[in-house]
Design a protein around this ligand. Structure first.
Ligand SMILES: NC(=O)c1ccc[n+]([C@@H]2O[C@H](COP(=O)([O-])OP(=O)(O)OC[C@H]3O[C@@H](n4cnc5c(N)ncnc54)[C@H](O)[C@@H]3O)[C@@H](O)[C@H]2O)c1
Length: 333
């Protein structure tokens, strides 16, 4: 029996688990919140993070990461970006030598400003590491909506193994060697989703949202290329693809949080009312620092950062963006 371990039983880990369970894999799940995990096991449904999706297949709910990782061909870290380091510290000692490690978090570590793979490289050889990104709302993956994602790895064989692991006639996996570009795209789009939600909360229409998506992609490309990513990645699934889904869908927590802010709610109150991780709020902090470190202009991200910190109102932020003096569209750098 081929075994896949999930470290984290949140929305996306649970949704990806349904894809693999439907292919007959043994699914070992560990979550730091054992009460939550016990509820998932009892209900065979993740009512907290993925309600409405019944789990069926060879599931094993584990008391420890060590138990979950035993005999696992793949170990999938499926938790918020700011928790990845702690989870690696805790679980890497129990990885078997040939287990491929995957990560689905989208973000940048605060304080170190490290990308997810840079954190992972402190613990394991990146030749056994694959990241997965792209337009894939958990709710829709769990419902079996046809979905395409990208995987990136330093080691093409590991990436192709991950592709084979997940591929079904409803879940298609592309390989992209540009880990840096994919990680920056995934991180920045959560900030743009906050912006798109703000636009919706203000009552503006698709013209404004589309402008944010297009200029947001330019912004993520500017930063991603400065950090070593490839420009082409930003027209792919993990960049423009994920921007569209996250900026246009009410399923996105970042969008929902932005919408509350745009409707006049205090940003921290809005974040807390979502009740689940709003990655864009953390990533906005990191982008504020990265723009100086890499000497790139990130006006939309910065406007959102200022709104989150209460130093600018949403209306002032809109005015500032509309009077920003850049008008040469193709002069992205
Ligand atoms: N939700 C989505 O649709 C989606 C899609 C693609 C990518 N992502 C990304 O995936 C990441 C996780 O998002 P999510 O929505 O699944 O999160 P979530 O908030 O739904 O759940 C995270 C889970 O991780 C658990 N956890 C935290 N620290 C842990 C640890 N040290 N060990 C074990 N478990 C731990 C929590 O208890 C929780 O159950 C985020 O970076 C997000 O951007 C989410």
């Amino acid at each position: 029996m081929r075994t896949v371990a999930f470290i984290g039983a949140g929305s996306f880990g649970t949704a990806l688990g349904t894809v693999l369970a439907s292919k007959g894999y043994r699914i070992n799940v560990y979550d730091i919140d054992q009460e939550h995990l016990a509820n998932v096991e009892r209900d065979m449904e993740n009512k907290r993070y993925l309600p409405g999706v019944k789990l069926s297949g060879d599931y094993h709910f584990c008391k420890t990461g060590e138990e979950a990782l035993k005999g696992a061909e793949f170990a999938i870290f499926a938790l918020p970006a700011q928790h990845l380091r702690a989870a690696l510290e805790q679980h890497v000692p129990f990885l078997e030598d040939d287990t491929i490690v995957m990560n689905i978090s989208k973000g940048i570590e605060l304080k170190t400003l490290r990308r997810m793979s840079e954190i992972v490289s402190e613990f394991i050889d990146l030749n056994r590491y694959v990241c997965l990104a792209g337009p894939s709302h958990a709710e829709q993956v769990g419902a079996g909506v046809p979905t395409c994602v990208s995987v990136a790895s330093k080691n093409k064989e590991a990436a192709l193994a991950a592709r084979d692991l997940f591929s079904t006639n409803k879940f298609k996996v592309y390989y992209n060697p540009d880990m840096c570009g994919i990680e920056i795209a995934g991180a920045v789009k959560n900030v743009m989703a906050l912006g798109s939600g703000i636009i919706s909360g203000l009552g503006y229409g698709e013209n404004t949202s589309a402008a944010l998506i297009a200029r947001g992609v330019a912004e993520m490309q500017r930063l991603g290329v400065a950090m070593g990513g490839k420009p082409e990645t930003f027209i792919g699934l993990a960049a423009v693809g994920d921007m569209i889904v996250t900026c246009m869908s009410e399923d996105s927590r970042n969008f929902q949080c932005g919408k509350l802010i745009g409707s006049g709610m205090d940003p921290i109150e809005a974040r807390d009312s979502i009740g689940m991780v709003v990655e864009g709020m953390f990533t906005a902090e990191a982008l504020h620092e990265l723009q100086d470190k890499y000497n790139v202009e990130l006006p939309i991200s910065e406007a959102i950062y200022e709104v989150i910190h209460g130093t600018t109102t949403v209306q002032e932020a809109m005015d500032k963006l509309f009077t920003w003096d850049r008008v040469e569209e193709l002069n992205a750098f």
